[in-house]
Design a protein around this ligand. Sequence first.
Ligand code: NAI
Ligand code: MG
Length: 421
Amino acid sequence: MQERSRIILRFADLIEKHNDEIAALETWDNGKPYEQAAQIEIPMLARLMRYYAGWADKIHGLIVPADGPHHVQVLYEPIGVAGQIIPWNFPLLMYAWKVGPALACGNTIVLKTAEQTPLSALFVSKLFQEAGLPDGVLNVISGFGPTAGAALASHMDVDKLAFTGSTGTGKIVLELAARSNLKPVTLELGGKSPMIIMDDADIDQAVELAHFALFFNQGQCCCAGSRTFVHERVYDEFVEKSKVRALKRVVGDPFKKGVEQGPQIDEDQFNKILHYIKCGVDDGATLEAGGERLGTRGYYIRPTIFSNVEDGMTIAKEEIFGPVQSILKFKELDEVIRRANNSHYGLAAGVFTNNLDTANTLARALRAGSIWINCFDVFDAAIPFGGYKMSGQGREKGIDSLKNYLQVKAVVTPLKNPAWL
Ligand code: NAI
Ligand code: MG
């Protein structure tokens, strides 16, 4: 146990040592701003691994006081071989969310990276080797989803599957797991997360955080705040300020200092986003900013804002996964709760208000796995993350993530001399 912990800690030290090199690989593969990778994501990778190193020697069972003359032990054992399939939007953070708990609990791993972003996981896994991880414990494969991914999901010798990606592919892997050996599956899927801005909120702060919640990582976040609900009393001011902020957003070469937004991940996603922008225009939403590609080279899209978005419009219902903000208007608290919850998704929600009662009401009423009040995208290794409804099953990070990688065994022994119980 102590050795497991030590290896993971040594790995975290190596991540820190190679921070800038790893960040460059991540930007090269994914197109995200280098500063974001170097200053936020790679340090967070080290933090996540240290968190799980801390768990490695603290997972233990229970002695249960059952009725009758029996000594009952509950053992938490590694589940076995964990199959893990990760996406391309945060390649190394998704790696850490999956590899961290699986290793802390003593499992072996076969992890498949996304076809768009194979480099960083291969590089850091080499560092794991340097940290002393025995051969065969962590196996990283590059490959396509319908072949390599599906093989992992349906393999009879894979004991557990963890997946992050689209809801459609999540359903496929769940079915493959069911049809093969009924391996338990953790799913972290899509979202259409509401941001709720009340009329008593600090509007400048709400504008900035709603902007961040949507445009961060080129809009390619499962928990992106993609339905911005604004109270009618502050609606016009909010739209105007959001427009000014979006027009100021620095889009360009992700290796350049000060760049906030790089290109979209690939041509498929680029075309999909432009298609959704067209849907917004065709459905009659008001295009306030952007709405088209930037330049003629690379998959750059101008930060786009739609106002007067209605619940029934395609852009208000489907996951766009790009830099397109939709701003909707509401009047009453009950109304916005009903509309915010009226989605197949339930990953996250943002709440902006200075009224404690409103904040408490919304925190309880919203059906989502993460509620951020007067903040957004606050991630820490200790905070559980995951979805309600079609946004997923199970939780990653935090103490809840360990359950995914443990098998529970009850051991019962008779006590021969009940007089001493
Ligand atoms: P995807 O869900 O198809 O891919 C995610 C991972 O699943 C990749 O590693 C891929 O190789 C694998 N995969 C694909 N098909 C598979 C199959 N049949 N069996 C097993 N594994 C399979 O996502 P994709 O196509 O890259 O993006 C489509 C949409 O998914 C995006 O527009 C976005 O809406 C959503 N998405 C959500 C993410 C999230 O963080 N929840 C991350 C990436 C995409
Ligand atoms: Mg796909």
